[in-house]
Design a protein around this ligand. Structure first.
Ligand SMILES: NC(=O)c1ccc[n+]([C@@H]2O[C@H](COP(=O)([O-])OP(=O)(O)OC[C@H]3O[C@@H](n4cnc5c(N)ncnc54)[C@H](OP(=O)(O)O)[C@@H]3O)[C@@H](O)[C@H]2O)c1
Length: 368
């Protein structure tokens, strides 16, 4: 077995690579990494895996020969690497995962990703290509709970270019590379780690903290939020990558109807962990049109001076919060995956691991 992982320097890819290494697959791993040379690439991977791997020996056992230097924006530059032809399993986690108008979103998430999938489809011994999509690729016009479906709705119905790019990549890979042993895994919202809290990443956690600090948000307190911890996402990806036979080729990795929480539950558990009063009846639900007037008031409360950043954060993440989407997870559970721990049950760990960390610093994982 030879497992090629892209995106191992990121949150999801790093946690999954760490889990695979801990499960005894360290020697079978190959990493596609952006770096100047294999030693530097390996150091980048090790540094990231160290966030969730406590056994340093596992990391030291990885070697520079397991690193392919490459950028998904320029697949031709690494496509001739003979190690690619030994690969049996691909876990494609790499993407520009940004809600901004990053100019590389389309070239990397669509053009490069499809070119990479085409290259890997030529590998004779390839058993499985797990492409990590996003549940939000379903766009805006769906009725919750959302089922896994290849039909991703209207191309224009996206809040940000990122989700549109993820939908388009799936479409093109499936349409243009039918010979690829493709399995698409669509995680919902990944926040922290069930044991390690936000020490692995503060991505998206700060949105809940921000809403609490400003006393409201754009969703209703009773709207549901489909959140999973990164260790659960990693476990599910490992299962989808290595289980010999799967019943489907498309899966949500999500909390679903049963294991999601309402915003109210999350806020109240966060308040308890912070030792502050829960918002309760003081919660103020606001509309996008109110954001410009509200931002100056929020500056001081949030300790963030950059008005544009506050306005952008409220608009982008508020827009998603209003969707009130839950993603059906029956398929994954039917494959033998246990259900996830609820966000409200580990949010205290996220609070503990961000104590004293300014909100602006927490936001940087998503605005880098
Ligand atoms: N986090 C979530 O809530 C969530 C939810 C649903 C789906 N997903 C999906 O999960 C995957 C991983 O997301 P994440 O949250 O782990 O993102 P992340 O932390 O930002 O990591 C992104 C990874 O992609 C790599 N990458 C970016 N551009 C690249 C390029 N041009 N060539 C090669 N590698 C490149 C990054 O490498 P560098 O370190 O070199 O930048 C990094 O390793 C993405 O496909 C995302 O769409 C995430």
């Amino acid at each position: 077995m030879r497992i090629l992982i892209t995106g191992a320097t990121g949150v999801v890819g790093g946690a999954t690579a760490a889990l695979l290494a801990a499960a005894g697959h360290g020697k079978a791993l190959l990493f596609l990494v952006r770096a100047d040379n294999a030693e530097q690439g390996l150091e980048r991977v090790r540094e990231n895996l160290r966030k969730s791997v406590t056994d340093e020996a596992l990391l030291q056992a990885l070697t520079p020969e397991q690193v392919i230097i490459g950028d998904l924006g320029d697949v031709a530059r690494f496509a001739d690497d003979p190690r690619l032809d030994q690969v049996t399993h691909v876990l494609n986690c790499a993407a520009v995962a940004s809600f901004s108008n990053h100019p590389l979103i389309w070239p990397v998430n669509v053009v490069g990703t499809v070119a990479f999938a085409k290259r890997m489809s030529q590998v004779k011994g390839l058993v499985r290509f797990v492409h990590v999509g996003t549940a939000m690729a379903c766009g805006l016009s769906q009725a919750s709970p959302i089922q896994e479906s290849w039909s991703l709705g209207d191309d224009d119905a996206h809040l940000v270019p990122y989700t549109r790019s993820k939908a388009e990549a799936e479409r093109q890979i499936r349409r243009d590379i039918p010979e690829l042993p493709l399995v698409v895994a669509r995680p919902s919202i990944v926040v922290g780690h069930s044991q390690l809290g936000c020490s692995v990443s503060t991505s998206i956690f700060w949105v809940f903290r921000m809403a609490q600090d400003i006393g409201g948000f754009m969703c209703s307190l009773d709207d549901s939020v489909d959140v999973i911890p990164v260790d659960y996402c990693a476990q599910a990806l490992m299962l989808l990558l290595l289980k010999p036979a799967l019943a489907s080729d498309l899966y949500h990795i999500s909390a679903g109807l049963e294991y999601s929480d309402t915003f109210r539950e999350i806020e109240s558990r966060m308040a308890a962990a912070r030792g502050i009063e829960s918002l309760g009846t003081h919660y103020h639900r606001f509309d996008e049109s109110e954001i410009p007037a509200l931002v100056p008031r929020f500056q001081e409360r949030l300790g963030v001076r950059n008005r544009r950043l506050i306005a952008m954060a409220l608009k982008l993440y508020g827009g998603f919060s209003k969707l009130n989407y839950l993603f059906d997870n029956h398929r994954l559970l039917s494959e033998g995956m246990p259900p996830p721990v609820r966000f409200s049950d580990y949010v205290a760990r996220c609070v503990e691991t961000t104590l004293g960390m300014p909100l602006l610093d927490q936001m940087m994982d998503d605005f880098k």
